[in-house]
Design a protein around this ligand. Structure first.
Ligand code: FAD
Length: 793
């Protein structure tokens, strides 16, 4: 066995083998994989082997597409068979909401170039004749759906990796991973120790235990899962061609042909987590005992949907565990706070996602960044607040909702409330309807009177419409108040702070008492942050950005930290309020002896507000006259009472996230992870106007940004007014220009102030004119849209 290797991948399931293959594919051959038993000794061997492209997140869907196309390549490289069956598959909809979801998916696929198709019940009966189409409104057909041989595919990845120079040691259990002071790792196995630069945890069912060896907590948990293989069925073996897959979300089942019979698996409500206190090391190639009790209802439903099943005998039951993260997406990338420790875990659909996970991880390790936005699967999307107590109920919820309709405005209830600010009970008593961001409760809107304290999940305008309108108008016409808790905040201090910020941020770093807006770019010039930088002193700055990207941003800062600079994440140590609207100054004047009138736009200054020492910035994300007032959380209630008491006679109104998102549309303000994400560049999204091209210190991503500035970007962000009725743009709806799909929406919504439906979209530069007319496909219907160039003031 080698004792030195550039990379050690721990775990020889489909994911570990894919990572190993992709490392060699991208040029690293000094790489090895350690497997405690034989390859495929975790959840991989008992998988049903199904694959599909459908995923609510477009980047995940694209990576699933990549995975599926890769199998042919693997077969060609290795001469081995992956046992591919490209039979296609149809997802059924038995109610309008489910059908809406499929229509929205189909619309996204149009600009992604995926050839899916909406099919009628009659077409479903032809495509998948074992289906009882009674009550079915339609379905989404995906020709790329299929299944394969899980073991054969894993061995094909392994062979391709070996052909690229990788080594694989089986029967080699890793028992320790110890980091040296220089950041390299000793991987201790039962057969000796390997010194390596990078460790990849692909431990699958044992990922938690492997992570703990490095002092890391990965939020994932195994769940039991069961599928049944039937005896031969004449309606199946009598066919000329293989029966396609059928996903029946109403029955929480997936069905496909297996040999001369069928195979059906369930995501049952009465599901069970497995190995809550840890995966036993002696678990291997055994299955869990059959358990028909927990799937009784599912089987009964399946008999109605697929009547042939009722007569078919059971040939085989496969019941095994596999792991999930709280949101069902993989946990991939560099683990924050652990240099050169990489996660390739929580992959619940190894045969749809394993290839994409391997590719992204290899790009990240070798090239320093991935070719597309990986936020949906980035291990950094959860912060250090996450723990097993939160993970378990969330994983159960995710399993139960695997086949549920997922709505753009939906707030999932499990494991909440977890993290709250001092304002929680005050806002709750005022009728707050809550959402959660990065584990923190945030107010979506305030219900009044008889209004329900629950927003109905919907693809169309919801019951929050009137409350949102009230709050928007409260801000625009008077003054509104909202918390600043859900901004990520960082304190940057030290002699080198200014130079460091000039290097990390592409924009201008302000003078004392001022603030500036700046993009943060990756070396390849992509957007990895959208920051406000406030200069509090020559060696002291406060940064604000998205609350949900704290671990993502801190990982970036840590990686690039310089001597003489200290960066602290103060997101939860610094809270407060934002007040916005034409009467914001009048309100602030009532509670401070300072004179807010003397503050210019983008000024920042310490101020005593009421009894509280605050930091006040004259800026607002709603685009109004407004102030952000930051304070210590222990002072927040006192600050509130003061502002609220002073604001009552003026008609001060609290507002939530729904109103904020509507207000920002009026001003054409983009939003992080919608308009501004690592998928886009500064020039594409207009953030290049904040780049300081001439500053002396070279900023990260400058070469790429300059190149784009010289050559121009292919696409640009535009704002469109959409002539729609009860459904607004959410994101990724295709934009049709002259009968062709030319672009897609990044976000949208209803402007309650302008009473118009607004979309923001990326479209090719050559299509853009001031009078651009387009059509946008929303829930399967085409709506005309026209460009608007002047924000609603
Ligand atoms: C019943 C069932 C049906 C499924 N059906 C499908 C399906 O149709 N389609 C689909 O895409 N997915 C399906 N899955 C999920 C799929 O099995 C997983 O997504 C996939 O197997 C995850 O692979 P992995 O490599 O991450 O983990 P694993 O397969 O668990 O591999 C981890 C490997 O790491 C090794 N290891 C762990 N610790 C150590 C250590 N300390 N030292 C050395 N080696 C170690 C283990 O021995 C194991 O071989 C199904 C799962 C189940 C249970």
């Amino acid at each position: 066995m080698k004792t030195n290797s550039r990379v050690v991948v721990i775990g020889g399931g489909v994911v570990g083998c894919s990572v190993l293959y992709h490392l060699t594919k991208l040029g690293w051959s000094d790489v090895m994989l350690l497997e405690r038993s034989e390859l495929t000794s975790g959840s991989t061997w008992h998988a049903a082997g199904g694959f599909h492209t459908l995923n609510g997140d477009t980047n995940m869907a694209a990576l699933q597409g990549y995975t599926i196309r890769l199998y042919k390549e693997l077969e060609e490289i290795t001469g081995m068979s992956c046992g591919l069956h490209h039979v296609g598959g149809v997802t059924l909809a038995d109610n309008q909401e489910r059908f809406d979801m499929l229509l929205a998916e189909r619309a996204k696929h149009r600009y992604m170039g995926l050839e899916t198709e909406i099919v009628s019940p009659e077409e479903i009966a032809k495509i998948a004749p074992v289906t009882n189409i009674e009550g079915i409104l339609g379905g989404l057909y995906d020709p790329l759906d299929g299944h394969l041989d899980p073991s054969g595919t894993t061995y094909a990845y392994a062979k391709a990796a070996r052909m690229g120079g990788a080594t694989i040691d089986i029967n080699t259990k890793v028992i320790e991973t110890n980091q040296r002071s220089d950041g390299t790792w000793d991987v201790v196995t039962e057969r000796g120790t390997i010194h390596t630069e990078h460790v990849v945890n692909a431990g699958g069912l044992w990922a938690r235990e492997v992570a703990a060896m490095a002092g890391v907590y990965l939020p994932l948990h195994p769940m039991e899962h069961q599928y049944i293989v039937t005896d031969d069925i004449p309606e199946i073996y009598g066919r000329d061609s293989e029966h396609p897959h059928v996903m029946d979300p109403a029955g929480e089942s997936y069905l496909r042909q297996e040999g001369r019979g069928l195979c059906i698996g369930f995501y049952e409500q009465r599901c069970r987590p497995w190995a809550v206190n840890g995966t036993p090391w002696d678990f291997g190639h055994e299955l869990l005992p059959d358990d028909f009790d927990k799937i009784t209802e599912s089987i009964e439903f399946a008999y109605k949907r697929f009547p042939v099943l009722e007569k078919a005998g059971v040939k085989n039951v496969i019941h095994g565990p596999f792991t999930f993260a709280p949101d069902g997406n993989p946990l991939v990338g560099p683990v924050p706070g652990k240099r050169n420790y990489w996660s390739a875990c929580g992959v619940m659909a190894g045969f749809s996602q394993g290839g994409g996970v391997g590719l992204m991880l290899a790009q990240w390790m070798i090239e320093g960044e991935t070719e597309r936005d990986t936020m949906a699967m980035d291990v950094a999307r959860f912060g250090d607040w996450i723990n097993p107590g939160y993970t378990l109920p969330k994983v159960i919820e995710n399993y139960q909702k695997r086949f549920s309709v997922s709505y753009p405005n939906e707030e999932l209830p499990a494991a909440r409330p977890l993290r709250t600010t001092p304002m929680y009970d005050i806002f709750d008593n005022m009728g707050a309807v809550w959402g959660a961001q990065y584990g923190l409760e945030v107010v979506n809107y305030f219900a009044e009177g008889e209004e329900p304290r629950f927003e109905t999940p919907s693809f169309r305008r919801s019951n929050a419409f009137e409350a949102t309108r009230r709050e928007v108008m409260g801000v625009r016409e008077n003054v509104g108040i909202n918390e600043t808790h859900n901004f990520g905040k960082y304190r940057v201090t030290g002699e080198g702070a200014r130079d460091w910020l000039n290097h990390i941020m592409a924009g201008r770093i302000p003078e004392k008492g001022r603030l500036s807006l700046t993009p943060m770019l990756s070396p390849k010039g992509r957007l990895i942050g959208d920051f406000t930088v406030s200069c509090l002193g020559e060696h002291e700055f406060q940064l604000t950005a998205s609350y949900g990207s704290q671990a993502f941003h801190m990982r970036r800062f840590d990686k690039n930290i310089a001597d003489g600079v200290r960066v602290e994440n103060i997101s939860d140590r610094c809270t407060g309020f934002q007040i916005a609207g034409p009467n914001a100054t009048a309100l602030l004047q009532k509670v401070t002896r300072d004179d807010p009138e003397t503050m210019r736009f983008l000024d920042v200054r310490p101020m005593v507000v009421g009894m509280v020492e605050c930091l006040v910035q004259r800026v607002s994300y709603t685009g109004d006259l407004g102030y952000e007032i930051y304070c210590d959380p222990t002072d927040q209630r006192a600050l509130w009472h003061q502002l609220w008491a002073a604001g009552q006679p003026m008609g001060l109104r609290p507002f939530g996230m729904r109103a904020m998102m509507s207000l920002r549309l009026d001003k054409f303000f983009g939003s992080w992870m919608r308009e501004f994400s690592p998928d886009y560049t500064a020039a594409e999204t207009g953030l290049d106007r904040f780049i300081s091209w001439g500053k002396e210190i070279e900023f990260i991503g400058k070469a790429a940004a300059v190149r784009e500035r010289q050559n121009g970007s292919d696409r640009k962000l535009v704002v469109l007014e959409v002539d729609t009725d009860d459904a607004d743009v959410v994101a990724y709806e295709p934009v049709w220009i002259n009968g062709q799909v030319k672009g897609f929406c990044t976000s949208g919504g209803y402007s309650h102030y302008a009473q118009k439906s607004i979309a923001m979209a990326l479209v090719p530069g050559e299509c853009i004119t001031d009078t651009l007319e387009a059509e946008i496909e929303i829930l399967g219907k085409m709506y005309s849209a026209k460009r608007i160039t002047t924000p609603f003031l």
